[in-house]
Ligand binder design. Sequence first.
Ligand SMILES: *[C@@H]1O[C@H](CO)[C@@H](O)[C@H](O)[C@H]1NC(C)=O
Ligand SMILES: *[C@@H]1O[C@H](CO)[C@@H](O)[C@H](O)[C@H]1NC(C)=O
Ligand SMILES: *[C@@H]1O[C@H](CO)[C@@H](O)[C@H](O)[C@H]1NC(C)=O
Length: 690
Amino acid sequence: MQKQTTKISSASVDSYKTGLRLLILMLIGILGFSSRLFSIVRFESVIHEFDPWFDELSWYPLGRVVGGTVYPGIMVTAGLIHYILHLFNFPIDIREVCVFLAPLFSAFTAFATYLLTKELKDERAGLLAALFIAIAPGYISRSVAGSYDNEGIAIFLLMITYFYWIKALKTGSSLYGSITAFFYFYMVSAWGGYVFIINLIPLHAFALILMGRYSPRLYVSYTSFYIIGTLSSMQIPFVGFQPTFTSEHMAALGVFGLLQLVAFSYLVRSHFTEKQFKSVFRVLLYGVGAAGAGLLGLLAVTGKIAPFTGRFYSLYDTGYAKIHIPIIASVSEHQPTAWPSFFFDLHVLIPLLPAGVFLCFKRLKDEHVFVILYAVSASYFAGVMVRLMLTLTPIVCVASAMAFSELFDTYLEPVPVAEVTTTVNDSTPSSFSKSSSPKKKSDSIITSKHQLSNKGIWGVDIKYITIIPMVFILWHFVLHCTWVTSNAYSSPSIVLASRNPDGSQHIIDDFREAYYWLRENTEEKCRIMSWWDYGYQITGMANRTVLVDNNTWNNTHIATVGKMMASSEEVAYPIMRRHDVDYVLVIFGGVLGYSGDDINKFLWMIRIGEGVYPKEVNERAFFTDRGEYKVDENATPTMKNSLMYKMSYYRFPELFGQQQAVDRVRGAVIPKKPIKLSTLDEGNWNKQFL
Ligand SMILES: *[C@@H]1O[C@H](CO)[C@@H](O)[C@H](O)[C@H]1NC(C)=O
Ligand SMILES: *[C@@H]1O[C@H](CO)[C@@H](O)[C@H](O)[C@H]1NC(C)=O
Ligand SMILES: *[C@@H]1O[C@H](CO)[C@@H](O)[C@H](O)[C@H]1NC(C)=O
């Protein structure tokens, strides 16, 4: 009788608690959403139907088949939301949907993180993890309002895929395996980072096999995930048949095969005695292993299996991209991460990551192996490329939330000591038998610690000595996140802000004005040549045709532009004529002191040009005898004659009258000798604005 009443009351308390947690979770979602509204950028985008969509405004004279060169996920998502809202008569513009898409998905991310962490520890850790991911600057940087980028939805998909993978593995249900595959498919349609999933999950499965933890659950979940996931991902035009022949996908295939073998061997085992089985197993393993490796090697040698694509290869061999594929190395997002930026983006969570990983080692159930693998590999990748900080952030949030909540569990347990063990065992019915024994052990550790802490050393309750600094750290973390978000990640990239000497803010709106000028003053059909960084912006804001843009699908074409910029006017002119170039746009920051200008990017143009035209372009010729990259009077003749140099410094000294002409970015004195342009003419900017 008594037992029943306690059960009922604990159940109602439980449902009350669940309700409370849901409420908090919703609040966290709203927090995550609203913290991204700091900046709203003007944004123009129209969703077209994909298949017949051919973009003539870019990649002149080639044009671009949009459906085959982008990941369509994000656009389809936005279009779908727009469609559904209109179905219910919400007259919202597609532009608003696009602007708010990333913040909306960040709220979903908080939820997915909660679910994942709940599987790893408990709801309390889940809430902390959701809170962390909601405000961690490393993720906010990619999901502010107005940033309509693949990463905006991809992190949500990453977390939800992993959640369902853990769920499938725990339950051994092919339904969950299929759901994992579905979200994997969605991820493939949204972001190139899906390769991380298709390598991490097989790695996890492989590690489990090696640890002797093979189980039918693993077999069912992995097989259903792999088959459905791979087949469906091949429906994305941009991906196509890659899963069958590129190296990035081979690990998944290999583990799939291995799993079949292992499953088969377990089947055989049930029919043989132990000794017979061992010899059979050995023969089988060696035979099939050798055959498989031989086949793979043969396919690789004959070129049937494509080697790693450049961007992934550069993850393993960090120096590779710099030498062989300058276009990858030239993007600032692909540079190695500087140490301070770990702290800047993750703050206290970074030192807590090892603590969380340690906790996983202590428990070491199947899902904890996953966290360990994820944390280790993502840390490595984040160190190699700044951009991959984004994939590290979620796991850091999860692991440090586990560490924090373990600490709070130990010191903040509100229930009296004697009851702890019973309630914990009541409220979490363990889904499979293995889990119950380690759980009990850790509970008893908690209780014994608790008893100790109640006594204290100096007669004060020692828990306050631990809790107060921890709460202080958390509070400081919130301050840091708010500060970073509002200062570093809230400004649109097209409008720059700088500080005057007196501390007031100065807005530099030159990019927008330049594009506006192009829109108003050039012929509608004209072609503009510029470096690819500005391609999207020119087509979007000036509505003019460009030669290359941010979708860097054709390296040869980009190299041609780099070559034109790097060669003399006489050489460049016929090539420009061939590409029907009407205007050339260069960005020069020497007057303002804007360091992201084209002269600073020039070396990359030269390198990319040299990669394709090694005879015509020579990087060495742009360096002085002492090996310096100079723009002042010591600059090499090749440099001085290059199109880029001439256009950048054309009439520059005139600005300074009798004084020295100083380039404020490079601190160089530019020679007074006037630069003559023989085939190009300066745009009539002054006539318009004076
Ligand atoms: C962009 O330019 C084309 C002609 O090149 C014109 O037909 C179209 O209406 C312009 N779009 C906008 C939004 O101005
Ligand atoms: C295009 O790429 C450049 C360089 O990576 C970047 O600065 C710029 O913001 C990108 N533009 C768009 C519209 O994505
Ligand atoms: C890339 O551009 C070059 C010209 O710059 C062209 O010859 C080549 O066919 C293009 N490649 C593809 C795959 O279209």
